[in-house]
Ligand binder design. Structure first.
Ligand code: SAM
Length: 460
């Protein structure tokens, strides 16, 4: 922070000011917030908001509360989103491994509340990694319709895939495609599109000092430029009558109201629309978008919603399933060995992996798809070995064999560390925490051989 402004800010708000914020940022925020600038600075003294989002694909609120060692308080941003204690360390909890919740700052759930996805719809999350918003969309779709989660950075797309798997989302496609290419190929295909855009991250300042270090007025302008290009692509993917939601975790006028104004000028086929919720406060341009500041109970978000009123016929051919073959039949038989219900949708076999494909897929060719649906099994020599993903996507009641443990059970923790545990069953057996599947193993001779993926195991 420039020393002149540092002195100015410290002199005016001596108790509130602790963090070195960039001078130009302080100046812009003071202009934006006027008399509330003092409240904003005061907020920087307090610890950042932390929260968890209930995953209704895996459990009910009661089960989540019973599985957590800390209380939850409702947030105004989504009925699924709760404040959790600032010191809560959540990643190592069995309930986290089981996908009962996603660790998410509460105001980050506001964008999907604005998107309002409904079961049966086709929804695109264009900038999706690591998956906070995609997993929320997956929960609201409830397994019906299709979620397409795209992430342009390959390593981040892998993390997205892993989070969707942990949360048991069965009807998602994960791709690693440039927005222009993806949205051009799937023009007019989606009922709802979310652009949770890369931004200057001013709403991350309290949590992430790196966001402060990377901030500059030039970075803000570069982000605004990039956001316009991403929105130009996203517009193509929305069908006539469909909804587009734009969100950021920054406060900048240029990246929020400025990007929206540029979008509406370039795209008269879209109109702004009110957000079906009353969180935060109105945007600064008098439009229907909403802003969330720390004084509104969240780290910081901007959410705008548009509706496409112009025509946009879809051109993509539907997915063409190959004829049934031996591998497909074997995969179907394996499913029957593991579960009591029938698989929904088609079984596809690609490159030695059997997948439970979502229904209603488009032609996937050329779209850098990492995964469509749920991994059922992988070929090991001439045999098929069940995959972790299929167990994560099924309720305990569908599993032919299951062990169930309370969340503080030493046996459960041993399983999550990758150890063998006692098991009276014989064959592939799900392992559950408070009735929610968290993995599986293969039982014989009174022991369960561990199949919990190495990269997910608890350490220590
Ligand atoms: N929606 C995610 C969630 O809730 O977990 C967070 C998304 S983050 C704010 C923005 C994402 O956009 C990052 O994963 C980043 O890699 C990606 N991104 C960066 N440049 C991009 C570009 N030019 N086009 C599309 N996405 C981009």
């Amino acid at each position: 922070m420039g020393c002149v402004l540092a002195f100015f800010v410290r002199a005016r708000y001596p108790v509130a000011f602790k963090m070195d914020l960039p001078q130009e940022f302080c100046k812009a925020m003071e202009e934006l917030l006027g008399r509330q600038w003092g409240d904003f600075l005061q907020g920087f003294q307090a610890p950042a908001f932390k929260g968890v989002r209930l995953n209704t694909l895996k459990c009910e609120e009661k089960t989540l509360r019973e599985s957590l060692p800390f209380p939850l308080a409702p947030s105004p941003f989504s009925p699924l989103s709760f404040y959790a204690g600032a010191d809560a360390k959540v990643g190592a909890l069995p309930a986290h491994h089981a996908g009962m919740f996603y660790s998410q700052e509460p105001s980050a759930s506001s964008a999907v509340t604005a998107l309002q996805p409904l079961p049966g719809e086709r929804v695109l999350d264009l900038c999706a990694a690591p998956g906070g918003k995609s997993t929320q969309i997956g929960a609201l779709l409830g397994g019906q319709g299709l979620l397409w989660s795209n992430e342009v950075v390959r390593g981040r797309a892998e993390a997205l895939l892993s989070n969707l798997e942990r949360m048991g989302v069965s009807n998602a496609v994960v791709s690693n495609c440039p927005p222009q290419q993806l949205c051009g190929a799937l023009a007019g295909w989606f009922d709802r599109v979310l652009v949770d855009a890369p931004c200057s991250g001013e709403g991350m300042f309290r949590r992430d000092p790196q966001a402060i270090a990377e901030w500059s007025p030039q970075h803000v302008q570069a982000c605004a430029q990039r956001q316009r290009l991403i929105l130009d692509s996203a517009a193509e993917a929305v069908k006539e009558g469909g909804v587009l939601v734009y969100s950021t975790c920054t406060f900048s006028l240029a990246e929020n109201e400025g990007t929206c104004a540029a979008f509406l000028e370039a795209h008269p086929e879209f109109v702004p629309e009110a957000i079906p919720a009353a969180f935060g406060r109105p945007a600064f341009d008098g439009g229907p978008a909403r802003r969330i500041f720390p004084m509104d109970g969240g780290e910081g978000h901007f959410v705008a919603r548009f509706r496409r009123v112009g025509a946009n016929p879809q051109k993509r051919a539907p997915f063409a399933p190959a004829a049934p073959d031996r591998q497909r039949q074997e995969a179907g038989a394996l499913y029957g060995e593991l579960f009591t219900d029938s698989p929904e949708g088609l079984i596809g076999v690609f490159g030695g992996k059997a997948l439970l494909l979502p229904t209603g897929l488009p032609d996937l060719s050329g779209l850098h798809v990492l995964r469509a649906g749920v991994e059922l099994a992988q070929a090991k020599g001439s045999r098929l070995e069940p995959a972790h993903g299929v167990f994560m996507s099924r309720p305990k009641g569908s599993c032919r064999r299951a062990l169930d443990f309370p969340s503080d059970s030493p046996q459960l923790l041993a399983f999550l560390r990758g150890e063998e545990i006692d098991c009276p069953e014989k064959g592939y057996t799900a392992v559950c925490v408070n009735g929610v599947v968290t993995g599986f193993g293969k039982a014989s001779g009174g022991r369960l051989k561990n199949r919990y993926p190495k990269g997910l195991r608890l350490r220590g």
